[in-house]
Unconditional design. Structure first.
Length: 108
């Protein structure tokens, strides 16, 4: 029987990229429509804790298409530097060796 699971991601991940796109051209609603996202996903009232992984990929692809390569690289670097790396670093409990910490990160 084929796997029918739909990979999900936290809607917060999509919000981060959508916010970055909004900084580029301010047309956030067309992006959400293109990605088939609920229009209220950016609202604090949104009830969507998870969305399909394909929506995140669509948002990321649209961001890449609308930004210059330099701007896309800068936005991606900023997102990793300011959000993803600190988030993962805060989850690390194995501090006695680099190897143990890296193994733990690979499981997150």
């Amino acid at each position: 029987m084929p796997n029918t699971d739909i990979p999900l991601v936290h809607s917060e991940e999509v919000k981060l990229f959508a916010t970055m796109l909004n900084e580029l051209d301010g047309d956030i609603h067309s992006l959400l429509e293109t990605a088939r996202m609920p229009q209220d996903i950016l609202s604090s009232q949104s009830s969507n804790a998870f969305v399909p992984e394909s929506a995140l990929k669509s948002v990321f692809q649209t961001l890449g298409e609308r930004a210059s390569p330099e701007k896309f690289a800068l936005l991606t670097w900023t997102l990793c530097h300011d959000i993803y790396v600190p988030r993962f670093a805060n989850q690390i409990t194995q501090t006695h060796s680099l190897k143990a910490a890296l193994e733990e990160v690979s499981q997150l």
